[in-house]
Design a protein around this ligand. Structure first.
Ligand SMILES: Cc1cc2nc3c(=O)[nH]c(=O)nc-3n(C[C@H](O)[C@H](O)[C@H](O)COP(=O)(O)O)c2cc1C
Ligand code: SF4
Ligand code: SF4
Length: 279
């Protein structure tokens, strides 16, 4: 029977986790979730997985839309691994609710702590040289449990996070389409077009070899961190500046900031539509 993992990833942590987990599943297909991608692979799969980062204490919008449009066999074992840095929020609840609408549910859900990757706001943390080996080991351990089809209750959103969600996260979600107004390029840009090919939201077009952002951005940072010339910069967009809170005040991308992406995941891996991991 078929095993399929649907993966959304911006800086490669989730794709790396998907590969590690798939390698323990006796043969599995990884499908990259991107704008315009739909799949019928889950309809007759006996194992279906979702692996994605936590964004704003929830799952990224593209993963949510993709899961909502999916047919999932009610006989399938369904798991989710959410890569995150500090707060996983309501991501498992969101996915479980989507699945329940389809007559199934999340049988296993685990957060996987990884390097925090939002380089337009901070240096990567914890230090990748310590965090990446930890995430690798942890992903292997989760892969073992998934291979054994372990059932577990997923961790719920904490009471504190639930209380703070509307005040702290809702304002960001309301102005998310303004985020990419912060991007601009320096004269280091060679017009290679990689940013346009790597964007999972098909949000970047090239005119006269110059990238233009088209306001369908989810802030995944793939364009920034995989640009081979480090030519993409970010200044706080007006709507974010007006929010003026402790998060928006941190926004900005100094030239010397580390553009972290997972060290095992290349730009070519990110552009790929998916892969079959053999047993
Ligand atoms: C737009 C954005 C929002 C994020 N929001 C959260 C969050 O709410 N909680 C958290 O713990 N980490 C958050 N992070 C960190 C990512 O979840 C973490 O780095 C993840 O491993 C990135 O996965 P990826 O490399 O597959 O894109 C955020 C990162 C980005 C880019
Ligand atoms: S990836 Fe970088 S160098 Fe290439 S077109 Fe985009 S911004 Fe320019
Ligand atoms: S424009 Fe850049 S940050 Fe926005 S979704 Fe596309 S790749 Fe991600």
């Amino acid at each position: 029977m078929r095993k399929v993992i649907f993966c959304f990833s911006g800086t490669g942590n989730s794709l790396r986790a998907a590969r590690i987990i798939a390698s323990q599943l006796d043969g599995a297909t990884i499908v990259s979730v991107k704008e315009g991608v739909c799949s019928d692979l889950a309809a007759d799969a006996d194992m279906v997985g979702f692996i994605c980062p936590v964004y704003e204490w929830d799952i990224p919008e593209p993963m949510k839309c993709f899961a909502e449009g999916l047919t999932v066999s009610s006989k399938a074992y369904v798991f989710m691994v959410a890569t995150f840095a500090a707060v996983h929020g309501r991501c498992f609840e969101t996915m479980d609710a989507i699945l329940r609408e389809k007559g199934t549910r999340l049988h296993y859900g685990r957060p996987l702590r990884c390097v925090a990757s939002q380089c337009v706001a901070y240096e990567p943390f914890p230090a990748p040289r310590f965090m990446v080996p930890y995430s690798e080991r942890r992903a292997k351990a989760l892969g073992k449990e998934i291979a054994a089809r372990k059932h577990s209750k997923f961790p719920p959103m904490s009471i504190v996070t639930r209380k703070l969600f509307d005040r702290m996260m809702a304002p960001f979600l309301n102005i998310q389409h303004e985020y990419d107004k912060g991007f601009y390029t320096t004269d280091r840009c060679t017009g290679c077009g990689l940013c346009s090919r790597i964007c999972p939201c098909k949000n970047i077009s090239l005119s006269n070899r110059h990238p233009t952002w088209n306001h369908r951005c989810v802030g995944c940072n793939a364009c920034v961190v995989y640009c081979p010339s480090k030519a993409i910069m970010f200044k706080t967009p007006e709507a974010y500046r007006q929010l003026d809170n402790m998060i928006t005040r941190r926004l900005g991308l100094p030239d010397k900031r580390t553009r972290y992406h997972n060290p095992y995941i290349t730009a070519k891996d990110m552009i790929s539509d998916g892969e079959v991991i053999e047993a």
